[in-house]
Structures are given as C-alpha cells and as structure tokens.
Design a protein around this ligand. Structure first.
Ligand code: G
Ligand code: G
Ligand code: MN
Ligand code: NA
Length: 254
C-alpha cells in the first residue's frame, strides 16, 4: 500500500522512465527495433524493479496509467531519435492483461499514433499469455481492433504460461517472442532445443516474426541462425539502456 502511494506520486511527477533494449535482425545484423522497459528510481527507496512495481500497479489500479504513459513516452522517443538521426523502425511496448480489458485501448493507441504522426508499423504491443487465457470478448475485440490499426501484436514470454496452440492461431499476432528460459538452455538441453526449433517453425509457418530473447552467447546466436530465427534480443548485443546510450550504441563507431 505504501509502495502504491509512492508509485502514484512518482507517476504524477513524471519520475518513471523507459529504457530500451535493441532487437537485431539476425540476417542483416541491423537494428530491427527496440523493446521499451519501465524503470522507477524513487528518491529515497532507490531502484524498484518492474517485476515488483508492475504487480503493485496492477493491485492498486495504476497499470493503465503506466501503460498509457509507456505508449506516449515510447512514441515520443522514437520521434526524438529520428530528429537525432537514428531511425528506429519499431518500438515494442509491454501492456498488462488488465489494460486489454479496457474497451478504450484501441482508440487510445490510434490517438497517440496520430498525435505523434507515426505510421502504425512503428509501434508493436507486447502481450503475455495471461491475455490469451482471458477469453474475454472485450479483450478479443480489442486485439482485433488494434491489429486493424496496423500496429504489431507480439506474444511475449511464449512457452512459459498456459500456451495453447489453438489460441495462438485465433489471435491476430504478428510476432512471437520465445521466452529466454529456452534460450538459456539451448546449447546443452536437447529439450529446450526441440521446443525452440518447433516454435520457430510454427511462427514461420504462421507468417509471424519470431524473436528470441535472452541471447547471451555467440554459440546461442549461431544455433538460432541455423534454426531460421528472425530477430534476436539479449545481453550479447546490449542491455536495456537509456535513450542517449541507445543512440550511442546504434550510431557509435565500429
Ligand atoms: O528489465 P526487466 O526487469 O525490465 O523487466 C521485467 C519484466 O517487467 C518483464 O517481464 C517486462 O515485460 C515487464 N515490464 C517492464 N516494463 C513494463 C511495462 O511498462 N508494463 C508492463 N506491463 N510490464 C513491464
Ligand atoms: O518479460 P520481458 O521479456 O518483457 O522482459 C524482458 C526482461 O529480460 C527484462 O527484464 C530484461 O532486462 C531481461 N533481459 C533482456 N535480455 C536479457 C539477457 O540476455 N539475459 C537475461 N538474463 N535477461 C535479459
Ligand atoms: Mn517483453
Ligand atoms: Na519476455
């Protein structure tokens, strides 16, 4: 409860910020996009991790405020980078299941894109499997409406939750992100390799972009290239970074 009111105050004062982790096109090695991740540094409580404050936000009715702020901030930043000479093709924003139950979400996204003068493919929305679980009609209609705007829809952490392959085909997804627990074990665990291979195959056949997260080693990258994964994200390339650091990373010498 204490953390809930501290969060409310920080949100009102604009004290959260977004860090961005690059996603790399495995074939060309070029920047495919970035994932936006919320960061909260409280003046006295210090850094509070999203695993903690996202749960607090959900419990205290603030998750939609965070989602809306993330969408506005990430799209502001993509324009700012453009102004600085860096073209970031697309930015992915994480949204919680609760936000998808709000019927106003597609209109909100449409308004933000218009305000920022961005074409829809510059934005991707990441959903977790808990959204999929939610066979709520409003959620399903909302996902279709968001997809109809032309915005990307990504299934995050795929393979960890209550995945259902039939639901996967019923959702208007453009992208699957294979959870990093599979990538972590890729080199030494034949089961992790089998699942990764199968999911990449399904994604490719369903015309979805397959992103693997948590790529930390050259050996993993090499395996993923052999498996025809499209996009890679992980510490091998870069950690989530402040906007200026990302600009340096993407445009700096090399
Ligand atoms: O860097 P990392 O610790 O940022 O992220 C931890 C988890 O928090 C991830 O699962 C990520 O999806 C989630 N997360 C980070 N930022 C946001 C956000 O703005 N909204 C939601 N819903 N989840 C977020
Ligand atoms: O659940 P979601 O995928 O949205 O969250 C991404 C999380 O994964 C963030 O907490 C981010 O900091 C973390 N992350 C990104 N790349 C790596 C990596 O290569 N290794 C590990 N261990 N974590 C990573
Ligand atoms: Mn994510
Ligand atoms: Na993930």
């Amino acid at each position: 409860l204490l953390l809930g009111s501290a969060l409310r105050e920080s949100l009102a004062k604009g004290m959260l910020n977004l860090h961005y982790q690059p996603q790399v096109d495995i074939k060309t090695g070029r920047l495919y996009g970035v994932e936006a991740l919320s960061r909260w540094k409280h003046p006295t409580l210090g850094n509070i991790y999203p695993s903690r404050f996202i749960a607090v936000a959900e419990d205290t009715g603030q998750i939609e405020t965070i989602g809306t702020w993330s969408l506005e901030e990430a799209t502001r930043q993509i324009n700012e980078w453009e102004r600085q000479g860096l073209h970031v093709p697309t930015v992915s924003v994480n949204l919680s299941a609760a936000h998808f139950r709000n019927r106003g979400l597609p209109a909100l996204i449409e308004r933000i894109l218009k305000e920022r003068k961005l074409t829809p493919e510059r934005l991707c929305v990441e959903i977790t499997e808990s959204v999929m679980m939610d066979e709520n009609e409003d959620t399903m209609a909302g996902l279709a409406a968001i997809r109809n705007l032309g915005v990307g829809l990504s299934m995050d952490d795929f393979g960890t939750g209550y995945s259902s392959l039939s639901r996967l085909t019923r959702l208007p997804l453009t992208e699957i992100k294979i959870d990093r627990s599979f990538i972590m074990n890729l080199e030494h665990d034949p089961n992790a390799q089998a699942v990764t291979t199968a999911v990449i195959g399904i994604g490719n056949r369903l015309n979805m972009t397959v992103v693997t997260e948590g790529v930390e080693t050259e050996a993993q990258l090499k395996l993923l290239r052999g498996l025809h994964c499209d996009v890679v994200q992980g510490y091998l390339f870069a950690r989530p970074m402040a906007p200026d650091a990302l600009l340096q990373w993407a445009t700096g010498p090399e």
